[in-house]
Design a protein around this ligand. Structure first.
Ligand SMILES: *Cc1c(COP(=O)(O)O)cnc(C)c1O
Length: 392
């Protein structure tokens, strides 16, 4: 007996689901070099254009000069340094929560928060299309795990009726593959009625959403009583890396004491925290980035609908073009690439079967002229796409 990896890989090829990693040979930004070719990219999550910002780069360099490179140990041993602590305090102030806790990745922050809060005898209720890290966290927790219909407060309410033990409701703030907003006012109200806690992972909302970039909770004006567990990631709108959980004093202390993905890992490099402190300052202060992004979003939606493309109900920089069939999504992506434009095709299992799409993302770093190039290329490529074969 042996592991038959070759046939698993062959099956994935045959289903048009084989993944390749484009090799990025330049810094992140609208104009990139990928696999040796200059391309105009519309697929990063660097929504505010901070990933290669000169001031953020300088903060990282100066941070390394002052604090060295490696974190050296876990936070509980001797890896919790002054820049980490300063960033936590700044994030708490930014989110209007009593405390925030820094993590190395969003994946780990989600595993940590869910598994520290619920276990056997408890219930975790999640949106069907939540990010994989939230779904994995729910499964790992050992709590009774159930998924409600996408963004449907009624579906949530009927599951809340059957819940037992401590109950945690978990949702993306901005849905990562669709770009729509969680209906938090309704979802939070349903949770509150049953004394359930609400956990929101706003990886894609911090930066683009809210008057000062405070994400979906700022957008809807929701406080600690509505959203007890607020997660943000730093690798998207912030342009750096890592993540945080913000909430009450007791929540954060519970994570420090009990969350295994917090305890058993080395702290992120302190210089990275220095860089994030700078990007947080830019994210809050430079409102023009959000305003420019809003103009790009509006123009993209108008131009795309004139071409006849099917968009989703998204007010965010995530603007997927729904295709359906994985092969056709790949084909459209390839046609765009021939014209110097990079947009990734997102296929199952990342999205539900039959809903392959091009996930267009816009950034404040894109110019209006660059956006027109994308629309022009889409107008040329869309009619060239092979007609849909209905083999479902
Ligand atoms: C990207 C993402 C994560 C993971 O964050 P990383 O810091 O990249 O590990 C978690 N949740 C959502 C909704 C995301 O989009």
């Amino acid at each position: 007996m042996s592991f038959d990896l070759a046939s698993r890989l062959a099956e994935r090829h045959a289903a048009h689901l084989f993944r390749l990693r484009p090799l990025l040979e330049s810094p992140q930004g609208p104009e990139v070099v990928v696999d040796g070719k200059p391309l105009l990219a519309f697929c990063s999550n660097d929504y505010l254009g901070l990933a290669s910002h000169p001031e953020v780069i300088r903060a990282l360099q100066q941070g390394a000069d002052r604090w060295g490179v490696g974190g050296g140990a876990s936070h509980l041993v001797i890896g919790h340094s002054t820049p980490h602590h300063a960033l936590e305090e700044a994030l708490a102030e930014f989110t209007g929560r009593p405390r925030a806790l820094l993590f190395s990745t969003g994946y780990m922050a989600n595993l940590a928060a869910v598994t520290a809060l619920v276990g056997q005898g408890d219930t975790v209720l999640e949106d069907r299309i939540n990010h994989a890290s939230l779904l994995d966290a729910g499964l790992l927790s050992g709590a009774r795990f159930s998924r409600y219909l996408h963004n449907d407060a009624r579906s949530l309410a009927s599951r809340l009726d059957k819940a037992s033990g401590n109950t945690l409701v978990v949702t993306d703030g901005v849905f990562s593959m669709d770009g729509d907003l969680a209906d938090l006012p309704a979802l939070c109200a349903a949770a509150r009625q049953k004394d359930a806690w609400m956990m929101v992972d706003d990886a894609h909302g911090f930066g683009p959403l809210g008057a000062s970039g405070g994400g979906i909770v700022e957008h809807f004006g929701l406080g600690l009583d509505d959203v007890q567990v607020l997660v943000g990631t730093l690798g998207k709108g912030f342009g750096t890396a890592g993540a945080f959980v913000a909430g009450s004093e007791e929540l954060i202390e519970t994570l420090i004491q009990f969350a295994r993905p917090y305890i058993y890992t080395t702290s992120q490099p302190p210089a990275l925290a220095c860089a994030t402190l700078k990007s947080l300052e830019l994210l809050r202060r430079e409102g023009w980035r959000r305003e420019h992004l809003q103009r790009l979003i509006a123009r993209f939606r108008q131009g795309a609908s004139e071409i006849g493309l099917q968009l989703l109900d998204s007010p965010t920089p995530i603007q997927p073009i729904l295709i359906g069939d994985s092969q056709r999504a790949m084909q459209l992506s390839a046609l765009l690439r021939q014209r110097g434009i990079l947009v990734g095709a997102i296929r199952p299992p990342t999205v539900p079967a039959g809903s392959a799409r091009l996930r267009v993302t816009l950034s404040a770093a894109h110019s209006e002229a660059q956006l027109e190039r994308l629309l022009q290329a889409l107008a040329e490529c869309w009619p060239l796409l092979a007609p849909e074969v209905n083999d479902a």
